[in-house]
Design a protein around this ligand. Structure first.
Ligand SMILES: NC(=O)c1ccc[n+]([C@@H]2O[C@H](COP(=O)([O-])OP(=O)(O)OC[C@H]3O[C@@H](n4cnc5c(N)ncnc54)[C@H](O)[C@@H]3O)[C@@H](O)[C@H]2O)c1
Length: 256
């Protein structure tokens, strides 16, 4: 095996929640390109299947499925389908998420609960449903997508920031508990990344103009889904086996 080879990624099975769009889709593409069989699970089932089909047309093993990560039965059913088609799950990437924008004093309990349900409980559901396969194999990779806003704080997004802070804490807890079993757990808290979520945020005023943001970012450009996917693919590889419990910022040197 040459020094640059990515030993052992081929034949592994990776599940990506939020795989139909943005960071999740780019991560699915990177993992497919490094030899994984990928399952793109998303609330937008048609889009997930369309993206999976494009990957299959490029010669990769991919399937798409409709799943709401807040629905544990649906998550379990989707992973059963993945196991039937591809085998046990080696890698779980949790990118499914929603954003929010409301002053704290106007934040309703309903909106709070919804953000926690999708971003934090949805992460819990997906990871807990996948982990038994990893324990069985004595090898696994958990990669959660959190947010730099949970490191810095952000106005009008208490529910979003708290949900992502929970994702960071959950990931660190999992690293302590599961790393002795061969399973690493790391989180990527991206800064603003040019995805449909961010573009929608620009439209509604939650996110500043991306060009303006780029001028304030040390690397002087906007982050792309590929920037995050590259880091996720590395964390999924054998080469990242000594990295666990870490918060791997992908933020151009500055976080908002
Ligand atoms: N884009 C950014 O600037 C940015 C920054 C920091 C963190 N993030 C996080 O990265 C992740 C991916 O975001 P993105 O920017 O790619 O956004 P995106 O909107 O392009 O992708 C998110 C995907 O999650 C799916 N999803 C939403 N709710 C779901 C549910 N209940 N069940 C299943 N799927 C669901 C959506 O259908 C969508 O395909 C999110 O968790 C987001 O919070 C994004």
């Amino acid at each position: 095996m040459s020094a640059g080879a990515d030993n052992g990624s081929t034949d592994r099975v990776a599940v990506i929640t939020g795989g139909a769009s943005g960071i999740g889709l780019a991560t699915a593409e990177h993992l497919a390109a490094s030899g994984h069989r990928v399952a793109l699970l998303d609330q937008q089932g048609d889009l997930a299947e369309k993206s999976a089909k494009e990957l299959r047309n490029s010669g990769y093993a991919a399937l798409g499925g409709q799943v709401d990560v807040t629905d544990r039965d649906a998550v379990d059913a989707a992973l059963t389908k993945v196991r039937t088609e591809f085998g046990p799950i080696d890698v779980i990437v949790t990118s499914a998420g929603i954003d929010g924008d409301v002053p704290f004093v106007d934040l309703t309990l309903e909106a709070w609960n919804r953000l926690i349900e999708v971003n934090l409980t949805g992460t819990f559901n997906a990871v807990q449903a996948a982990v038994p396969d990893m324990i069985e194999k004595g090898w696994g990779r958990i990669i959660t997508i959190s947010s730099s806003s949970a490191q810095s704080g952000a106005p009008n997004r208490a529910h979003y920031v708290a949900s992502k802070g929970g994702v960071i804490a959950l990931t660190k807890a999992l690293a302590f508990e599961l790393s002795p079993l061969g399973i690493t757990a790391n989180t990527i808290p991206p800064s603003i990344i040019d995805t449909p979520m961010a573009q929608n945020g620009v439209k509604t005023g939650v996110v500043p103009d991306l060009d303006a943001l780029a001028t304030m970012t040390p690397v002087r450009r906007t982050g792309t889904p590929d920037d995050v996917a590259s880091a996720a693919a590395f964390l999924a590889s054998d080469k990242a086996g000594f990295i666990t419990g870490q918060i791997i910022g992908v933020n151009g040197g500055w976080y908002l």
